[in-house]
Every structure is written in structure tokens, then in C-alpha cells.
Ligand binder design. Structure first.
Ligand SMILES: Cc1cc2nc3c(=O)[nH]c(=O)nc-3n(C[C@H](O)[C@H](O)[C@H](O)COP(=O)(O)OP(=O)(O)OC[C@H]3O[C@@H](n4cnc5c(N)ncnc54)[C@H](O)[C@@H]3O)c2cc1C
Length: 379
């Protein structure tokens, strides 16, 4: 049987694209080399934090992130409804904090940048921060005083480790095939167009279109063009705490605290580019995260260290997503979402579904085209 679309890679991006297509009645196969959602989409902090001034935003990338953030409540509600999964989504705000005089001018400029580019943001002074987050101003604790912060009222997080398996379940419930432990070795090209994929061992899965959503490994699928996508290593740690000292996400230079409802306080994250595919946590990264955490909240010294981990963000050579139609007919790309893939997934799924089924994306994605790398060396 030939599917309408075969999606390679069951991270949040591949699962979202497959589910969105299946919701429109397309027959889909989702093919994953390992387990569903076990790579970057498991490792991510789940923050939904679109912000001007990061990675090429403002511009089309910021618009994509903001569109995704607007979609999130309905997207999670629909997955919950289709699967019954318990999914945590909290848009309780985020503070980006300055604790040194020298950081204030830059923070103020950053605040104005948000206002100019349509990101809702408020300027908070020290008293207001201490009232909202008393754990950032514990008298006599030795913590550096918090001078001011940008408050992003719409920012929040999703429990990504639950969301991705639920998305795959939703694909299956819509009649899609979810194949795990099936590494795709190459693209099948016939008559000058993509006709499906071949998995290790030689089995073929035929389809009218192929979506390459293989994350940091997307450029390794045989038969695809040389789109330079590779890994950006990110390391995190989680503390176990009850009661949770913070209400909202708090970002300092070097470490971000993400308070989860399950009693875990996540410490995010290193960004190590060009260190290859080694996913093991390192002493340097843990020292960096834990020292930063204890510096800003000395009361955490007695907290239990629950978990450390690392993952590989898919990063293109120009830090922009790779979403769109390849020069080869029938082949589409959905990767390169770098540090914002959990956030971007619903918008990327919406864009690709329109492109594949109707020939046009409902969202502007021209800046993300894989064709911008025509002739580039592989990463
Ligand atoms: C430490 C860390 C913190 C992060 N924090 C955030 C955050 O707070 N907010 C946010 O939005 N983003 C965050 N990110 C980024 C985000 O996690 C990624 O951008 C996103 O998960 C990418 O999703 P993906 O589906 O493209 O890739 P992945 O989740 O890596 O999925 C790709 C899948 O393709 C599969 N695959 C690869 N090759 C093949 C093959 N040949 N055949 C079949 N399958 C294959 C892989 O096994 C994998 O399951 C973070 C990332 C890290 C590492």
C-alpha cells in the first residue's frame, strides 16, 4: 500500500506534521529509527518563549514562533481530547532578570526591542519582582539582588516528554502507521520524484510525498540533497523540590529555572555548537548549571539533584529552520528548529500540511526553504 505521505523521524516536529496531515484525512506513515520522542524532543526544556533578539529573530522566525505560541492552547487541547493524555501546559509568564547594574542598559534595550516587534513584555522593578517571586529576594541568603526584569506574560512551557508520545498515539488513532526501530537508510526516487523511503534491511515504504523530519540527523538520509544540518548539544539538570519556590520561568544570564508541576525545577541549558553527536553530560556543563543555580538561589544548596541529561538540537548552518519543499519533487524538509523546536512544532505542521496538501503554506515560510542551501557542502 502506498501512503499519501511518509514522515521520517518521530520527534515533536515529525509527530506534529504527521498528526496534522492525518487530521486532514491524509494517510500517513511515521517512521522512527528508535523510540518515539526520545531525542531532542525528550531532552528539551519545553519552554514556549518567543523573544525578539534571539537566533535571527525578529523577522520571519519571530513571526513563526509567535504564530506557534498562539496555536499552543488549541493544539494541546486537541491532543488531550484525541488521546486522553494528561498534558501539562502552563503559560504563567517568564522573567528575564538583571542582577548587576551593568546589565540594566542592555535589558532596557532588549525590552524596547520586544515592544517594537509585537512580543508582549512588561518592565518590572525589584519590588514587583520580589512580591511576585519571593524566592528571588530572600533576606540574608547572600543572593545577588534582583534589580529589574522583563516580564513576558504569555511565555510558559509544555511537558514535552508526555506531549510527543501522545502525538504519536493521536497519529495511530487517526489510522496512521507508526513504525519504530526502523532506521530510514535512503530516499526512494523514481521518475525524478520522491516515492517513499527504504529502511535498513531493504524494506520500502511507498508514498506520494516524503517529509524529512529526522532532526539533527536529517542530512544523513541517503539520496537527499546536501542541506547542512547538524547537532547543537544542550545539557540540563533537574532538581527535586517541594514546595516549588518559583511560580514562573526565571532566566538569568547563563541559567534558566523552569518550575514544573511535578516538583522538578529544571535548569536550562547549555548551547554547545560543533561538539558532535556525543550526548553524554559533562562535568563542565553540570558545574556551570549548578553553580549558576546556587548563585542566584543559594537556598537550593540542599535541593536533591534528580537528573542530568543532554540532547542534540537540530541546527542549520545559518541557525534558521529548514522547512519547505526540496528541489526534488515530492520531498519536503522539517528540521533545523534549533533551540525552539518544541515551540515551533504546531506552526511548522500547519505550514507543511498546507504546502503538501494544497500547494501553499498558510504561514510565511519562504525564509526557511531548504533550497537556500543549493550547492552547499554537507555539515
Ligand atoms: C537541552 C535542550 C533544551 C531545549 N529546550 C527547548 C525549549 O525550552 N523550548 C523549545 O522550543 N525547544 C527546546 N529545545 C530544542 C528542541 O528540543 C528541538 O528543537 C526539537 O525537539 C527538535 O525536534 P525534532 O523533531 O526536529 O528533532 P528530534 O526530537 O531530535 O527528532 C528527530 C527524530 O528523528 C529520528 N531519526 C533520525 N534519523 C533517522 C532515520 N534515519 N530514520 C528514522 N528516524 C530517524 C531520531 O531518532 C529522532 O527521534 C531544547 C533542546 C535541548 C537539547
Amino acid at each position: 500500500m502506498a501512503f499519501d505521505v511518509v514522515v521520517v523521524g518521530a520527534g515533536i516536529v515529525g509527530c506534529s506534521v504527521a498528526w496534522r496531515l492525518a487530521r486532514e484525512g491524509a494517510s500517513v506513515a511515521l517512521v522512527e529509527r528508535g523510540e518515539v520522542g526520545a531525542e531532542a524532543s525528550w531532552a528539551g526544556g519545553g519552554q514556549l518563549v518567543p523573544e525578539a533578539g534571539r537566533e535571527g529573530a525578529p523577522g520571519p522566525l519571530l513571526d513563526h514562533w509567535l504564530a506557534a505560541l498562539r496555536m499552543y492552547p488549541e493544539y494541546v487541547a486537541a491532543v488531550r481530547e484525541e488521546t486522553g493524555a494528561q498534558l501539562e501546559l502552563k503559560q504563567g509568564g517568564r522573567l528575564l532578570v538583571a542582577h548587576e547594574e551593568g546589565q540594566l542598559v542592555g535589558l532596557r534595550e532588549h525590552f524596547e526591542l520586544q515592544n517594537r516587534h509585537g512580543v508582549r513584555a512588561e518592565w518590572w522593578e525589584g519590588d514587583q519582582i520580589a512580591a511576585a517571586e519571593p524566592a528571588l529576594a530572600v533576606a540574608g541568603s547572600g543572593q545577588p539582588p534582583v534589580l529589574a526584569a522583563i516580564h513576558f506574560p504569555d511565555h510558559g512551557f509544555v511537558e514535552n516528554r508526555r506531549l510527543v508520545p501522545a502525538l504519536a498515539q493521536a497519529v495511530a488513532k487517526r489510522g496512521g502507521l507508526v513504525r519504530t526501530h526502523a532506521p530510514v537508510s535512503r530516499l526512494v526516487v523514481e521518475g525524478g520524484r520522491a516515492r517513499g523511503v527504504e529502511i535498513a534491511g531493504g524494506e520500502r515504504i511507498a508514498a506520494g510525498a516524503v517529509v524529512n523530519a529526522a532532526g539533527a540527523w536529517a542530512s544523513q538520509i541517503g539520496g537527499t540533497a546536501a542541506v547542512p544540518v547538524g547537532p547543537s548539544k544542550g545539557q540540563m539538570a533537574a532538581l527535586e523540590l517541594r514546595p516549588m519556590p518559583l511560580e514562573r520561568i526565571v532566566s538569568f544570564a547563563g541559567v534558566t529555572f523552569v518550575p514544573r508541576a511535578d516538583g522538578r525545577l529544571l535548569l536550562a541549558a547549555t548551547k554547545e555548537n560543533d561538539v558532535g553527536y556525543d550526548k553524554r553530560p559533562t562535568l563542565w556543563a553540570m558545574q556551570h548549571l549548578l553553580a549558576g543555580a546556587m548563585r542566584h538561589m543559594p537556598q537550593l544548596r540542599q535541593a536533591t539533584l534528580a537528573e542530568t541529561w543532554a540532547g542534540l538540537r537540530p541546527r542549520a548552518a545559518d541557525d534558521m529552520p529548514v522547512v519547505g519543499r526540496d528541489e526534488l519533487d515530492g520531498l519536503y524538509w522539517a528540521t533545523g528548529h534549533y533551540s525552539m523546536g518544541i515551540l515551533s512544532a504546531p506552526a511548522t505542521a500547519e505550514a507543511l500540511t498546507g504546502l503538501i496538501l494544497r500547494g501553499q503554506s498558510p504561514l510565511p515560510i519562504d525564509a526557511f526553504t531548504p533550497r537556500r542551501f543549493a550547492g552547499a557542502p554537507a555539515r
